[in-house]
Ligand binder design. Structure first.
Ligand code: ZN
Length: 151
């Protein structure tokens, strides 16, 4: 039988090992640090917005577990080229997905490929790994020097 969880696992492995949009963005207009002390994941997120309010480019660098890298890779892919105004609703949808009951199907219409991370719900310690990049980008958008933390 076709197992969708296997496919999800393959995508997480692929993005975790070969993260997309990995590296420093020289002309970023927003950036922030994020740290997940529970696992040791560290991220630096870069964001470049246009005058029209579009996310022209978004990238990250850092070190962490496969889930944290895959999540950041998928997040940057999902947001590149989108209006900055889309960030907050997508953040909320992602946060809802990873904290909702396992019986609830992820909203694939809204989350797209990000739905592959729905499986972290079964492993509470991994939820922080998956959501670190979102908190980090949120603090980049907001500005300021605070390090985004999952704790
Ligand atoms: Zn982690």
């Amino acid at each position: 039988m076709f197992d969708v969880m296997d496919l999800y696992q393959q995508m997480i492995n692929d993005h975790g090992k070969n993260p997309r949009n990995f590296g420093r963005l020289a002309d970023a207009d927003h950036e922030a640090e994020g740290y997940n002390p529970l696992c040791g994941d560290k991220l630096h997120v870069y964001l470049k917005t246009s005058d029209e309010g579009l996310i022209e480019d978004v990238s990250f660098e850092g070190e962490g577990c496969r889930i944290s890298m895959a999540s950041a890779s998928l997040m940057t892919e999902a947001l590149k080229g989108k209006p900055l105004a889309d960030f907050k609703p997508l953040f909320d949808a992602f946060q809802h997905m990873v904290t909702s009951d396992i019986s609830e199907s992820p909203d694939e219409g809204r989350l797209g490929k990000l739905a592959v991370l729905a499986g972290v719900r079964e492993f509470p310690s991994r939820i922080k790994c998956a959501i670190l990049c979102w908190h980090t980008l949120k603090s980049a958008v907001k500005g300021g020097d605070d390090v985004a933390k999952t704790e």
